[in-house]
Design a protein around this ligand. Structure first.
Ligand SMILES: Nc1ncnc2c1ncn2[C@@H]1O[C@H](COP(=O)(O)OP(=O)(O)O)[C@@H](O)[C@H]1O
Ligand SMILES: [Mg+2]
Length: 237
């Protein structure tokens, strides 16, 4: 799999080497590093791009994402990020020292037989936290969105599925609360990447923002409106 090299290649490749060395199989390994490209191991399966097939809309698929993230965070916990330059910093309130993936959404997850088996696209990985990754994943995988933007069997089940996702996260209560607290900040951090690139003249980002701006605003408003319910769901033991 040849793709453009990540923006902080030395850091990202050190992380991927660590994951390989300790036997974590839920991420690609680096096979070669070219002038502007990287060659990664190919992970068989399907990345979840819309329209999502029915087997990716199930609660079992949701729980499998939590399981994969939990295993990734265990593997990443023994990686020391010091001494590397990392991409866009995660807000200080959501940094624990753990190197999180920071871009967990369906297109960056490889599924097999309806289960998430790997994370791909570590371009934004850097010092963050498990809660930050679960917030990112919850927004898109639960999804935490206006019902008008959920055209499938997950509609109307956001809070129920958020609770299920957090139950499967294995996170302690404080970190689960951080997930709920991080949602709007995570939304803003993620879309700032798109809007800043669009403002700087990157055509692809400008088109992406045009395509998603309205639903993104509705999703943010949904998270603000249901903040108390989301916190209550996260605080339940
Ligand atoms: N290591 C990999 N194994 C399998 N498929 C991959 C791998 N890396 C990327 N892909 C495929 O390529 C698509 C885009 O790759 P990604 O690394 O997310 O790049 P970007 O989002 O920067 O375009 C993914 O959605 C997936 O279908
Ligand atoms: Mg990607």
């Amino acid at each position: 799999m040849v793709r453009p090299a990540p923006p902080c290649r030395a850091a990202t490749h050190a992380l991927l080497a660590h994951l390989r060395d300790i036997g974590f199989d839920g991420a690609p390994s680096v096979l070669a590093s070219g002038a502007e490209t990287e060659t990664l191991t190919y992970i068989p399966g399907v990345a979840a791009v819309p329209p999502l097939p029915p087997e990716l809309l199930t609660d079992a698929a949701l729980v499998s994402v939590a399981d994969l993230l939990r295993r990734y965070h265990v593997a990443a916990a023994s990686f020391n990020p010091a001494g590397y330059r990392w991409p866009r910093p995660v807000p200080a309130a959501f940094r624990t020292g753990l190197v999180s993936h920071n871009d967990v959404y369906p297109a960056n997850l490889v599924f097999r037989d309806g289960r998430a088996v790997a994370l791909i696209d570590f371009d934004l990985a850097g010092p963050g936290s498990a809660a930050w990754d679960f917030a990112s994943a919850a927004r898109s995988v639960v999804p935490l969105a206006d019902d008008a933007d959920v055209p499938d069997s997950r509609r109307g089940r956001a809070l129920e599925r958020f609770r299920l996702f957090l139950d499967a996260s294995g996170l302690p209560r404080d970190a689960r609360r951080d997930v709920a607290e991080a949602l709007v900040a995570n939304h803003d951090w993620t879309y700032a990447i798109v809007t800043e690139a669009a403002a700087a003249g990157h055509q692809a980002f400008a088109e992406e923002w045009r395509a998603v701006a309205a639903s993104a605003r509705r999703a943010r408003a949904w998270c603000v409106r249901y903040r108390r319910d989301l916190l209550a769901a996260a605080s339940r033991v």
